[in-house]
Design a protein around this ligand. Structure first.
Ligand code: SAH
Length: 219
């Protein structure tokens, strides 16, 4: 009991440091993103083996050769998508569900697709345990998006395709933003805005995400 209490206080301390040292100092100044990053318990999304490193400035393994993104990248993508509390958001690449929870704090509702069924199931379990009722996770190939609930005010993609999938552009609302890493070995985060007059793309941070697959590993 006592050990658990000390540990959770220690996690809170590390989480505050993460927000101050990794996010604010690097220019993340959106209070809603910072509040979400201060609230969501990142250590509960990783295996207990890794939980002491949950708030450190790096990605961590989540099994199945996949990773939970570095906190700064999660915050940056949420910030770049300019999400409001009325927005419906699509996420591609649920992974452990951490970015999903951050989006769930900021947006009205979140639809998230994960190609590896076991990860989708695990993320669903963690998000339910934490009480998120505005998030739906489905197993599937995010290349095709989730047409049923389109259009989306924002789309966040956390696995890198070589080119932006057309179905995702089609499912974005007018004035919506898509934040997506594009490329092969080294990628750039592209911020795509859909306007009435057409598509505007802005190339931003260089990053290294896992590639967007077109098939689950065993299938
Ligand atoms: N957003 C996650 C990052 C997960 S890593 C987090 O914060 O932890 C990227 C995830 O994308 C992996 O879980 C991988 O299985 C998934 N992925 C890869 N290709 C995909 C595809 N075509 N459709 C849906 N998910 C995909």
């Amino acid at each position: 009991m006592i050990k658990t209490r000390i540990l959770s206080q220690e996690f809170k301390r590390l989480q505050r440091l993460m927000v101050e040292e990794q996010l604010r100092t690097r220019g993340i100044d959106d209070e809603r993103v910072l509040a979400a990053m201060s609230k969501v318990p990142r250590h509960q999304f990783v295996d207990s083996w890794w939980e002491e490193l949950a708030y450190s400035d790096r990605p961590l393994p989540i099994g199945y050769n996949q990773t939970i993104s570095q906190p700064y990248i999660v915050a940056y993508m949420s910030f770049a998508a300019e999400i409001t509390s009325e927005d419906k958001v699509l996420e591609i690449g649920t992974g452990c569900g951490y970015q999903t929870a951050i989006l769930g704090e900021i947006a009205q509702c979140v639809y998230s697709l994960e190609i590896i069924p076991q990860l989708a199931e695990q993320a669903r379990r963690t998000l339910t345990q934490l009480g998120y009722k505005n998030i739906k996770v489905k197993t599937g190939d995010g290349y095709h998006g989730w047409a049923e609930n389109a259009p989306y005010d924002a789309i966040i993609v956390t696995a890198a395709p070589e080119q932006i999938p057309q179905p995702l552009i089609d499912q974005l609302a007018i004035n919506g933003k898509m934040v997506i890493p594009v490329g092969t070995e080294v990628q750039d985060i592209i911020i795509l805005t859909k306007t009435k007059l057409g598509i505007v793309e802005e190339k931003t941070l260089p990053v290294r995400f896992v590639p967007m697959r077109r098939k689950a590993p065993d299938g």
